[in-house]
Design a protein around this ligand. Sequence first.
Ligand code: IDP
Length: 153
Amino acid sequence: MSLQRTFIMVKPDGVKRGLIGEIIKRFEQKGFTLLNAELMTIDRSKAEYHYMEHQEKPFFGELVDFITSGPVFAMAWEGENVIEVSRLMIGKTDPSEAMPGTIRGDFAAAKEENVIHGSDSLLSAEREIENFFGLLKRRSLEDDFPFEDRKSV
Ligand code: IDP
């Protein structure tokens, strides 16, 4: 087991369809810790950097058009093996192959608009978190607001 961080993003189709709360709920219920979150509309250079490994693919232009077409909900999460576990929770890239019970299996119909992104490795998680949030100022909610204090509010 290892404590990891990952970058999760509700894509414009997921934001439009009101799925932010459902997605946060699944990650919280699993026991992961939300480190940072922001609703933002990203420019093409941030989107191109995010999807740099797909630069040569025929769908790259459409992918960048789509991800910049409206607000996304960007999040950084922390937890044990969160990179691999969140990929399991998200499901396969093509929603028609994603298992029921996964986010894409339950909510998405097409791979061009598949609701959610999750980092696929430690290296990409680090790069993606930095691209969207810069260096995280806040380590976790627990550091700013210990659980003992929360109970007395
Ligand atoms: P992932 O999001 O499951 O990690 P990747 O292979 O990294 O999948 O692809 C990034 C995103 O590019 C996918 O989530 C999907 O929205 C889009 N994509 C992947 N393959 C295709 C394709 O063949 N046509 C159009 N879009 C695609």
